[in-house]
Design a protein around this ligand. Structure first.
Ligand SMILES: Cc1ncc(COP(=O)(O)O)c(C=O)c1O
Length: 468
């Protein structure tokens, strides 16, 4: 495999993807320039999909994968080929987990309605979730998606603070509604940020000038203070500092810790609340702790939870301190037709039960430690690898050439791994981070297969000549 070059936002074409604009905003997106290399049946499928689906959809990989079933850590294509799924943080217990499937099925056969009826199961689920969180977070509101959870969090913060301003990191992603797309700079220049949003740099120790947690805390606090001052001068005030606890779309920054505690204090001093977006970082993904913010020794005012909560069933939540929700609750009614439905909470309860029963957070830490040593030994020394970072079941391998981000090679590596039957993807503002997020049930042998495939893919690709 050789590195390919390609422009990040090429034109549109009707071959292999009618109306699709190539690669807008997604590093590892299928681009129509590779349509000619696809088997004719795959090309036909892409054309058909483009004719039926609305705008904005993207596919992964130069050769999009036709998937027909899954089990545990594997996805299967229609010929029965297995792909090791090292990217899917939704099916965090493994695909089609039998305990969760059984719980959902049984509930669907019994009762599925909404939160306007008294159902013990709704409260059971909320209590189960709260038991994993610090005591000060004592209420749960159910939503269907992470976007809805963040959207609601913004409303709750605005009601509590009487302010509007929001601070996020430079390449943050918080979701798809108008409100949260407006605080998601990673969607790119085609999506306007809200006028009351200010961005601070991602907590990259190289940008902060030190890998010391205290130094990163001071640097980030100064940035947040300046952003809050600017919001105040413009009449917005500070409502919320919203941070993905692992800074996924910023390129994955899990270390150093702790520094968020000091930044939360700064945000609160400016009148705002601290919202921990745990949609990616939460539920054991970072190993040894349930929640990403816990690694920072801080208790947020609100926590938003999504993706893995239903292991694939759409269920998400906001956890908050009771007092923080009062202003919102005194003014607004909250009803979400599907949010917190009987089946949704059955799914979430089953996931929480399995995480606990199978000690998966500890397993994520143990397999994560093995992954760390494999990546350090086999991948970090390879030419073209600029950085290896992460923790637990969330890893990033940054590709660069002479210090310049090498997004084209990153895409080549991701696609070579796909060809070798291992699924990962890419992220970061320059698209030069191989992003690795396996299910928590990954074992040592899976980690070894993953790292072997990664090392082989890197060795088999050349540095690109593409300018960053
Ligand atoms: C950090 C983060 N927050 C929020 C969301 C939005 O979640 P959803 O896609 O469930 O709306 C995502 C989704 O990728 C995310 O990564």
């Amino acid at each position: 495999v050789t590195a390919t070059t390609g422009n990040a936002a090429g034109g549109s074409t009707s071959v292999g993807g009618a109306q699709a604009v190539d690669g807008v905003g997604m590093v590892n997106g299928y681009r129509t320039e590779s349509a000619a290399t696809l088997p004719s049946d795959v090309r036909a499928r892409i054309d058909r999909r483009s004719r039926a689906l609305g705008p904005g959809y993207q596919l992964f990989y130069e050769q999009p994968l036709v998937v027909t079933r899954a089990a545990g850590v594997h996805l299967f294509d229609e010929r029965g080929n297995a792909y090791l799924d090292a990217y899917n943080n939704v099916a965090s217990l493994g695909h089609n987990h039998p305990y969760v499937v059984e719980a959902i099925t049984r509930q669907l056969q019994t009762l599925n309605t909404n939160t306007r009826y008294l159902q013990d199961s709704t409260v059971d689920c909320a209590e189960q979730l709260l038991a994993t969180l610090p005591d000060r977070l004592d209420r749960v509101v159910f939503t269907c998606t992470g976007s809805e959870a963040n959207d609601l969090a913004l409303r709750i913060c605005a009601a509590h603070t009487g302010a509007r301003g929001v601070i996020v990191t430079a390449n943050a992603y918080h979701g798809v509604t108008e409100a949260v797309a407006g605080i998601s700079p990673s969607l790119g220049p085609g999506v306007d940020l809200a006028p009351f949003v200010r961005v601070v740099p991602a907590p990259d120790p190289r940008v902060a000038g030190s890998a010391d947690a205290g130094a990163v805390a001071s640097y980030m606090s100064a940035q947040v203070r300046a952003a809050a001052d600017d919001l105040r001068r413009h009449g917005y005030g500070l409502s919320a500092f919203v941070a993905d606890s692992v800074f996924s779309s910023d390129g994955v920054f899990a270390a150093p810790v702790p520094w968020l505690r000091e930044v939360a204090r700064t945000a609160r001093a400016a009148g705002g609340l601290y919202v921990a977006d745990e949609v990616q970082a939460g539920m054991g993904r970072l190993g040894d702790r349930w929640w990403g913010f816990e690694r920072h020794d801080v208790v947020p005012d609100l926590v938003t939870i999504g993706k893995p909560l239903g292991n694939g069933y759409p269920v998400a939540a906001v956890a908050l301190q009771h007092a923080v929700g009062e202003a919102f609750g005194s003014r607004a009614r909250y009803f979400n037709t599907f949010g917190g439905s009987t089946v949704a909470t059955a799914a979430a309860s089953a996931v929480l039960t399995v995480l606990d029963r199978d000690d998966l957070v500890r397993r994520a830490a143990a397999t994560g430690a093995h992954l760390r040593s494999l990546l350090t030994d086999q991948v970090a020394p390879l030419p073209g690898v600029g950085d290896v970072r992460g923790t637990g079941m969330f890893w990033a391998v940054e590709m660069s050439a002479a210090g310049i981000p090498d997004g084209a090679r990153t895409r080549a590596v991701v696609n070579a791994m796909r060809a070798a039957g291992v699924l990962v993807s890419a992220s970061g503002p320059a698209g030069n981070v191989v992003k690795i997020r396996p299910p928590l049930i990954f074992g040592r042998a899976h980690a070894e297969q993953l790292v072997d495939a990664l090392a082989t893919a890197i060795a088999g690709t050349a540095p690109s000549k593409e300018k960053a």
